[in-house]
Design a protein around this ligand. Sequence first.
Ligand SMILES: Cc1ncc(COP(=O)(O)O)c(C=O)c1O
Length: 428
Amino acid sequence: MPGDKAQLLSAQALRTESSPINYLMALAFERPDAISLAAGFVDNESLPVTEMLACCREMLSDPAAARAALQYGTTQGHRPLRERLIRRLVDREGPAGEGMALDADHVVLTSGSQQMLFLICSVLLDPDDIVLLPRPAYFVFMDTLRVFGARTLGIDMDAEGLRADHLDRRLTELDRAGELGRVKFLYVCSYCDNPTGLTLSASRRRELMEVVARWRRRQQFYVLEDAAYRDLVYDAQTVIPSLKSLDRGNASVIYLETFSKPLAPGLKTGYGILPTSLVAPVLDQKGSHDFGSANLCQHLICRLLDSGRADEHLRQLHAAYRPKRDALLGALDREMSGLAGVSWTRPLGGLYVWLTLPTRINTDLDGPLFKRCLDKGVLYVPGSACYQGEPGFDAPRNHIRLSFGVPTPDENREGVRRLAQALREEMA
Ligand SMILES: Cc1ncc(COP(=O)(O)O)c(C=O)c1O
């Protein structure tokens, strides 16, 4: 009963809601016959079983190494791994990596990057503080922001990602309203975004950071760069320097990555590379959370990286995902190009494609299109799950997030065929 709940639970717990995604996940289990273009899981077949077995064998057959891994570690995480992660970051930046003012002391390993998202909120946010968020945005993080009672303001996106001009306008409006001081950070998913699949273009990265630098002279706030899908840019030769590489003094960008996508979600290990000012507050929070994430996983990941197995695995992963993405995009081209008002993104990698339908089509879970899709045996994430309620903004209901990582290429094609059929019926 709500009354009982209110008596015992904290305001924070009462602000926390169950995500519509839980329903979708339950539905995928109930309907094993349906093709799920909804789940953001990674491809099961390509999980690194042999690579992991080899690393476990090596580690556990060396008693000293085994004991070190089986013992508690530090709150900040395994130092050799943190050192390697800095070298790895700098290598992937290309020329932009030169002179980045970073070292292992700026890295904090966490239980998935989700824990770092939570910790960042807990060190920066009081209720009613403002977070600037892409429209649309990663829905789990929107739930996290709700836990902390943050006010979210949306920044629009276009084909190049988050719009710098809209960010500038938002900050101007907040300044006029005397609320600039409440802005704590701007969240950006900078590579193969969840949910749109878009990667911020190089010029947009520079524009965004110019706007940020200009406003930060007036009022300090951070950029939270979520690079969860950076390793899943399928063309590994494409160098796209991070927003972090544009933060020369390591003062403004909080950089996040995870091993869930490029290695295995079961490791539930991620990390943040933090501005110097945030390292101690984050470590203090983490100390009271769990005083360190699973040490065994960190030692294993370090071996996977040191031995070159992680990079080899990444090449295989790209080879597994590329045909899935291409199958989905090819099917969209075939099935939907002729449909007026229908368009979709063409991601460089990652797991998602964002589909836009005519505004009169409602894609919600309780809408007619979802029901038709369920009847035909295909599941998707309604786009409205990726928009936060915001005064003066009517969240669109005509988008869909499609995820191509789990189904085979054939299933991706068949899923789109069913979806297109449902859509044609709905449009007629
Ligand atoms: C954009 C984004 N950030 C962060 C995460 C968190 O992942 P994990 O906690 O497994 O590292 C996810 C998971 O899907 C994600 O899509």
